[in-house]
Write a protein that binds this ligand. Sequence first.
Ligand code: KIV
Length: 281
Amino acid sequence: MKNTAATFLQMKQRGEKISMLTCYDYSTAKLMERTGVNAILVGDSLGNTMLGYPDTLSVTMDDMIHHGSAVARACSNTMVVIDMPFLSYQASVYDAVINAGRLIKEGRGNAVKLEGGAAVVQQIRAIVDAGIPVQAHIGMTPQSVNAFGGFKVQGKGEAAAKQLLQDAYAVQDAGAFSVVLECVPPKLTALISEKLAIPTIGIGAGAGCDGQILVYQDMLGMFNDYVPKFVKQFANVGEIMSQAFKDYKGAVQNGSFPSAEHTFAKSDCSCAYLTQLAAEL
Ligand code: KIV
């Protein structure tokens, strides 16, 4: 059965933890779909992990549609949330609705995610009114990295904690079906999660959230440009890939690949014809 915004709410009400992972391509999404993970986020973190930018600011709507639709084609049951990239929603409510609509129509996502609290409630309300579920994202919001002066834990101190709690209420009141809390102190996370009716999904926010999300290359040890403290490596796939690439290079160099096993049988082509062809050239 397809996971939806309603599933998220039911899981929170039943006290069941929600699992999300990021994903950006068809074959990886197929593997995730088979595990029963509740939702995939086609995050604008693809700017870092897939496109090699130092941040998410250069990611475009076309990038999100390209990767989003690849993931959506793999997902029958997994809910697909697609990130709204930088400046696709901040400038106006009109931009927000049109661009959210493109992520659903062209990207084939089931919901969109956007960053910000009270500052973007009009956008959230309008997108929800257009029939599109919205996941909010507060705390460390990477699209504001220049305003924050780096990737830092947010909500430290009384004023910042109060602001974050107000942001959480604001996005809930605007109609968001869930909210991502990124790099938030665990006690504040627990408080927000207890107060909100909608589920909180944490990344670097401790165990008090209703669910968790990780960037898949981080949790598989495939991306070492920067490894945040909150990442747990569930497997070292990066090491396995590197070894396989080395083994392949060696096998090509020493001629052991391709062997007879990986070569079409001689009877597949006419040797007599090839002999004649060679003579003609
Ligand atoms: O883009 C992304 O991957 C995200 C997650 C880190 C929540 O926003």
